[in-house]
Design a protein around this ligand. Structure first.
Ligand code: ZN
Length: 142
């Protein structure tokens, strides 16, 4: 494992052990999507709050593997404060990166770039992407 992979692994484990923005809120305006990954047992719920075209909050809760739970935490930190348009672009680029599709490398994935190694492990791609897919779902339900 090279230094960069070691660093990425540390970021993932930090978010797994100390998740940011964890816990669902019942305040009005939050859109909620529940999603499961039966192949791994990941079971996660994502909430987003969009106001005036800005992603004001992203919450997550659930159980799953380190990749799934940490990616929800990283996603929340990456997307809070972004415009809805930028959040959509980042989500799309992130999922395309994971699934080895062409993606716009000018889009700054910020800390979410730590999951780029996951594309080498097809069985884990779903783990790293379901939180983001759920987030996209919350935007579509606006
Ligand atoms: Zn998983």
């Amino acid at each position: 494992m090279n230094d960069l992979e070691t660093l990425y692994r540390q970021v993932i484990m930090d978010h797994y052990k100390n998740p940011r923005n964890k816990g669902l809120l019942s305040s009005s305006g939050y859109k909620t999507i529940h999603i499961k990954n039966p192949t791994c047992g990941d079971d996660i719920t994502i909430q987003s709050l969009v106001e005036d075209g800005i992603v004001k909050d992203v919450r997550h809760d659930g159980t799953g593997c380190s990749i799934c739970c940490s990616s929800a935490s990283v996603m929340s930190e990456t997307l809070i404060g972004k415009t809805k348009e930028d959040a959509e672009k980042i989500s799309e680029a992130y999922i395309n990166m994971l699934t080895n599709k062409e993606y716009d490398e000018n889009v700054d994935l910020e800390e979410a770039i730590v999951y780029q190694g996951v594309r080498k492990f097809p069985a884990r791609v779903k783990c790293a992407s379901i939180a983001w897919k759920a987030f996209q779902g919350t935007l579509e339900s606006e």
